[in-house]
Design a protein around this ligand. Structure first.
Ligand SMILES: NC(=O)c1ccc[n+]([C@@H]2O[C@H](COP(=O)([O-])OP(=O)(O)OC[C@H]3O[C@@H](n4cnc5c(N)ncnc54)[C@H](OP(=O)(O)O)[C@@H]3O)[C@@H](O)[C@H]2O)c1
Length: 301
């Protein structure tokens, strides 16, 4: 099995999430984020903004005026995700190639299976297609998303040529996901914690507000730091420039062990991210509806 690429990932503990951004919003957000110091970006085939996100990165890198630090492609970490697992190796392979081409960055740093849906054969066939994309140089690292304990065990038991470096799933103090975090630790799989603000639905929680006051920070900063202190990559999303800057301004913040425990104890099993609202078209909408009905993908067959 190939070894994981931990040094690269650990440099990128905060990445900008691009979910629910239109192409235009993603173009603007990526530009502002690069100016603000973000170096990692998380998109997906499902988000419909791979092309714009990738092109915005490429355009920033090639602009002498904007790119004052002389950043190169390898300084950026670009993640995307396969929308649907499939039992047809060729169509999955084509879909991966389409994403690589759409972003215009030459290669994708991290490609994830977006969910475990589709059954075992589809999961393992899709994984094989990702492994081959690494071997052909289109993709640098591969991982999974929304995989539950059973799905990770199944993949590891299949003796993959390349082991997953990441499992990306919803984690915040209101859903701490200990069983799957433990399994990820067992296999040295980095956890990427998505929806760090529970999609904005817990930013005014009284306990979080109280702790934010204690540390003289914002509730969003507290939630970002909580994930970082648990050694998880965090993927805060905002389309607003001032929030993007402020959300990750956590350099001087250190949450005490006691307060970390108090935050862990806020767990209420709250799942925010599979309720997809707002504009989405065609098959994307059907896919979202299917996910919404099933509610928690980590339980998928
Ligand atoms: N793999 C998966 O299945 C999956 C699922 C969900 C998410 N993700 C990834 O994780 C990323 C983050 O998750 P998410 O976008 O669902 O939710 P999130 O980051 O938890 O929350 C985003 C929401 O919080 C608002 N917000 C951000 N900063 C704020 C602030 N300082 N004050 C008040 N509101 C604030 C944003 O609004 P504004 O934009 O208006 O600021 C947006 O409505 C996604 O973008 C995506 O990359 C992955």
């Amino acid at each position: 099995m190939a070894s994981s690429n931990r040094p690269l990932l650990s440099r990128l503990t905060i990445q900008l999430g691009l979910f629910m951004m239109s192409g235009r919003e993603a173009t603007q957000a990526v530009h502002w984020a690069l100016q603000a110091g973000y170096r990692g970006f998380d998109t997906a085939q499902m988000y419909g903004n791979e092309r714009e996100a990738g092109r915005a990165i490429a355009s920033f890198l090639s602009s002498r005026q904007e790119n004052r630090e002389n950043l190169r492609r390898e300084d950026i970490h670009y993640t995307t995700k396969l929308m649907e697992n499939g039992t047809s190796y060729d169509s999955v392979r084509r879909s991966i190639k389409d994403s690589v081409e759409a972003c215009g960055l030459g290669y994708v740093d991290l490609f994830l299976l977006h969910s475990p849906y589709g059954g075992k054969e589809a999961r393992l066939t899709s994984w094989r297609a990702l492994e081959d994309a690494v071997e052909s140089g289109e993709v640098r690292m591969i991982g999974v998303s929304n995989f539950g304990v059973r799905h990770v065990e199944e993949l590891m038991a299949s003796n993959p040529r390349i082991k997953p470096v990441v499992n990306q799933f919803e984690v915040h103090p209101f859903h701490t996901q200990m069983p799957i975090r433990k399994v990820c630790k067992k296999y040295d799989i980095t956890v990427e914690a998505y929806a760090p603000f529970a999609r904005g639905l817990r930013l005014k929680h009284p306990a979080v507000v109280e702790l934010a006051n204690k540390y003289s920070c914002t509730t969003s900063q507290l939630l970002v730091k909580w994930a970082m202190q648990h050694n998880m990559v965090t993927l805060p999303k905002s389309t607003r420039r001032e929030r993007m800057i402020s959300n990750v301004d956590v350099g001087g913040l250190q949450i005490s062990e006691q307060d970390m425990r108090a935050m862990d104890n806020l767990d209420e099993g709250f799942i925010s991210a599979w309720y997809v609202s707002g504009p989405a078209g065609g098959s994307r909408l059907r896919w979202c509806e299917e996910l919404t009905q099933r509610r928690n993908p980590t339980n998928a067959a």
